[in-house]
Design a binder for this molecule. Structure first.
Ligand SMILES: Nc1ncnc2c1ncn2[C@@H]1O[C@H](COP(=O)(O)OP(=O)(O)OP(=O)(O)O)[C@@H](O)[C@H]1O
Length: 335
């Protein structure tokens, strides 16, 4: 069959319940080979449950979560053989990172190398690959959060698997370390590899993501390209004008139909440039007091897709209609 990319990950109608509580409900998505997908959502959305299921650590209650296309089926059967060949198919980074604090980085990798049947020489290769050659003799407990993530990643790639599932790899990393990991994933994709990367922050994983899957309360609320996601949440110019409605009318006549009047009376216009707005204001004989860009932060986009439902109003004073959950400002969203 031509024109159909093989799949790296395929989640179909997956539901996972812990006891009676549903963590993931009827989730479906696929990730094409050679691409990186970001699986994002607020804490408790179900990201870890899906990541662990793809890694074969959890069984779905119903539906399937499979890795690989042709030649990359995760092996089943005899546990030792399965571990060895599984490491050549899919590598995982989980939280916590699974490092013994008293063991050196090199010894940690040697233990895992033996378990997955790769020679010690590969340990030296992966240490260089993740930039930990200089700290190979340091104990895992003495490494920074970024170095610990690199060590977990080195463990995941010991068997040189084409598929990676990284659960919250950006957690605790500074901007430079995040950049390093994004570069690593780009190089992995260039070699034909695929990755599913989870995060509670869209901003942390957006650079380098070919596709985005947004989860909320165990369900997919967006699936598609970052570009389409951005189109639905465009940057705007926010305009203080003497007669915003007159300005909006002229802008609409010129094709700039995406303009909304904000509660403070300013007009927020998408796609038009500042020059377009000044021209329209002249034509409409409207005075402009200010034009300020409102660049939408990716985590504001995520928050708008994963807003908790408004609490139901109780007819009984003093009783709320739903159980009360405090709703802190998620992700430290810049205003
Ligand atoms: N072992 C478990 N037993 C019971 N409930 C669980 C278990 N693991 C997860 N859950 C629940 O399932 C839901 C989804 O959790 P999950 O860890 O998959 O979400 P997440 O998006 O990865 O969140 P976080 O970033 O906080 O880990 C949550 O309500 C969580 O409390």
């Amino acid at each position: 069959m031509t024109g159909v990319a093989p799949l790296a990950f395929s989640v179909r109608a997956m539901t996972k319940r812990y006891g009676l509580a549903s963590a993931v409900e009827n989730v479906s998505f696929t990730v094409a080979s050679g691409t990186t997908a970001a699986l994002v959502g607020p804490p408790g959305a179900g990201k870890t449950t899906i990541a662990r299921t793809l890694l074969g650590l959890l069984e779905p209650t119903s539906g399937t979560a499979a890795v690989g296309g042709p030649g990359t089926n995760r092996p089943r059967g005899d546990a030792d053989r399965a571990a060895v060949s599984s490491a050549r198919v899919v590598g995982g980074v989980l939280a916590p990172r699974g490092l013994h604090p008293g063991r050196t980085a090199r010894d940690h990798l040697r233990v895992y190398a033996a378990a997955v049947g790769v020679p010690d020489g590969r340990v030296e290769e992966v240490l260089e690959l993740v930039g930990l050659g200089d700290v190979a003799r340091s104990k895992a407990g003495a490494l920074s959060a970024g170095q610990q993530t690199r060590l977990a990643l080195a463990t995941a790639v010991l068997g040189d698997p084409p598929l990676l599932v990284l659960d919250e790899p950006m957690d605790g990393l500074d901007a430079a370390e995040r950049g390093w990991l994004q570069d690593f994933l780009r190089r992995h994709a260039k070699r034909g590899g695929s990755a599913l990367v989870t995060s509670a922050s869209l901003a942390a994983v957006l650079p380098g993501a070919d596709n985005v899957i947004v989860l909320n309360n165990g369900a997919v609320v967006y699936q598609g390209s970052p570009a389409r996601l951005r189109r639905g949440h465009p940057d705007r110019l926010v305009v203080a004008a003497s007669t915003p409605i007159a300005l909006a009318t002229v802008l609409a006549a010129r094709g700039f139909t995406d303009a909304v009047i904000r509660p403070d009376g300013r007009l927020a216009v998408a796609e038009a440039t500042e020059a377009d707005i000044r021209d329209a204001a002249t034509a409409a004989q409207v005075r402009l007091d200010s034009i300020i860009p409102d660049l939408i932060h990716p985590d504001r986009v995520l928050a708008s897709l994963t807003k908790p439902p408004a609490p139901a109003i109780s007819p009984y004073p003093g009783l709320s209609g739903t159980a009360h959950h405090p709703t802190p400002m998620p992700y430290g969203i810049p205003r």
